[in-house]
Ligand binder design. Structure first.
Ligand SMILES: *[C@@H]1O[C@H](CO)[C@@H](O)[C@H](O)[C@H]1NC(C)=O
Length: 434
């Protein structure tokens, strides 16, 4: 299946290439590097009826990816929350994995006594992530609760260690209420409307706004596409370079903690877990099923090891790896479906999407990463440890074969151009070698 003579292959259609090491770290580096941790955001709201063994499997897969724990997103109204939290904490204790609860204030109203009661129920588990001897607690939004958290602190025996996501306040707004918190989590992990790539403006803003005794948790995400009319959500955030860019930004910022968004939020296409059909919210099936993202995880042990060592110099701890992500149909200039470019954006999503295959390789020494896209062959010499490039999709679609040092992996073919009436699938598949 794979041609043997690579010597004559031409480097064509490369729209962007970055080889070698990320730029030097900025002055933004946080001081304390002793306790860095990496978590993934887990939607408990999707786990109705989930078994203990599924929790154990998720935890085992996360540990293989060097993830330390899950931030368990819970809404106030799901009848299964406490059953599932109990299963999760038991499985995590067994596995030596960390957990903390992230109260979702966008999902409904919480009351103080149930928040304090929920924290108290699980805080003494060996799986509970603690800081300064107190159970860590987070949120998705809910900044109007700032005074109620003072009450919660008083109701939980021993207090809590609060690191909310109040991104709607912005960095300066969070800085203004830092007397009420122990740290801040910044949800903003994607390019904004009208931006093709993510920058660190918000991260730098948080680090500057927070006092030296407050911790910063940085959001890192691989992707964003959602098309859920029932939830009023239909946008694509430019994700062609995001997984690479954001990890390089981690090395610039060196945050105290990282939260990967997400483990299993399939409806927003930022999952890195294996696809679990029962967790796909109704209406998202067409852009989630057959769109595996698990290969994003293969790069994590390398990035996380470097982050924890406080260095941008990635040392591959095991074998070489290459991943590629791409949309399975050229989007072109099709506005069908009504998706916009970025959250709250007004321009059509295709304006922020490029029809490329994105390749990220982590190698211990020099090697060759090759891509066959339809009839076009690309070959890139990589020097290690990190190489990233994008290559244009073939105009008429065609097969996709990624290879690393001659070892091939074939992914789903890229389809031909859309008709104007087609739904526009902006989610990607992710393939890997090995
Ligand atoms: C604070 O908690 C009380 C008691 O649970 C609740 O009634 C109130 O709505 C909360 N405040 C806000 C701003 O949500």
């Amino acid at each position: 299946m794979w041609p043997s003579s690579w010597a004559a292959l031409l480097l064509l259609c490369l729209t962007h290439i970055t080889l070698g090491r990320p730029s030097a770290p900025s002055k933004m580096q946080r001081r304390d590097d002793s306790d860095r941790k990496v978590f993934a955001h887990y939607m408990v709201g999707l786990t109705s009826g989930q078994t203990a063994s599924k929790w154990a499997l998720d935890i085992s897969e996360a540990q293989t990816a060097s993830i330390d724990g899950f931030a368990l997103n819970c809404g106030p109204a799901d009848s299964w929350t406490y059953d599932q939290l109990t299963l999760a904490y038991a499985a995590a204790s067994e596995a030596g994995f960390l957990l903390f609860i992230s109260f979702d204030f966008a999902a409904g109203d919480w009351d103080v006594s149930s928040v304090a009661g929920t924290i108290s129920t699980y805080k003494d588990s060996s799986a509970q992530w603690t800081q300064d001897g107190r159970p860590v607690v987070s949120t998705f939004e809910g900044p109007s609760w700032v005074d109620n958290w003072t009450t919660v602190r008083g109701q939980v025996d021993g207090g809590i260690w609060l690191i909310p996501d109040w991104s709607s306040l912005g960095a300066a707004g969070v800085g203004n209420v830092q007397g009420s918190i122990d740290g801040a989590f910044n949800w903003e992990s994607w390019p904004l409307a009208g931006q093709t790539s993510k920058n660190t403006d918000a991260d730098v803003g948080y680090v500057n706004a927070l006092g030296s005794d407050k911790k910063y948790m940085m959001g890192v995400s691989p992707y964003f596409f959602t098309d859920l009319p029932a939830y009023g959500k239909n946008w694509y955030s430019s994700s062609e370079t995001l997984w690479y860019d954001r990890w390089m930004q981690v090395f610039d910022i060196m945050p105290d903690f990282i939260q990967i968004i997400s483990w299993n939020d399939f409806g927003e296409s930022h999952y890195i877990s294996d696809i679990e059909d029962s967790q796909i919210v109704s209406g998202a099936e067409w852009y989630v099923q057959n769109h595996p993202h698990a290969a994003f995880r293969l790069t994590l042990p390398y990035f996380i090891a470097a982050y924890k060592a406080g260095t941008k110099d990635i040392t591959p701890p095991t074998g070489d790896v290459a991943i590629a992500w791409y949309k399975t149909v050229a989007v072109g200039d099709r506005a069908a479906g009504g998706a916009v470019w970025g959250q709250g954006g007004t321009e059509p999503a295709y304006s922020g999407a490029s029809d490329v295959v994105s390749v990220l390789a982590i190698t211990g020494s020099s090697g060759v990463v090759a891509l066959q896209l339809g009839d076009t062959k690309h070959s890139v010499d990589v020097a290690g440890p990190v190489a990233f490039f994008t290559a244009g999709m073939p105009a008429g679609g065609g097969q996709v074969i990624l290879s690393l040092n001659g070892e091939p992996a074939e992914g789903p073919a890229i389809g031909t151009a859309l008709s104007s009436s087609d739904s526009v699938d902006f989610n990607s598949v992710v393939i890997s070698v090995p």
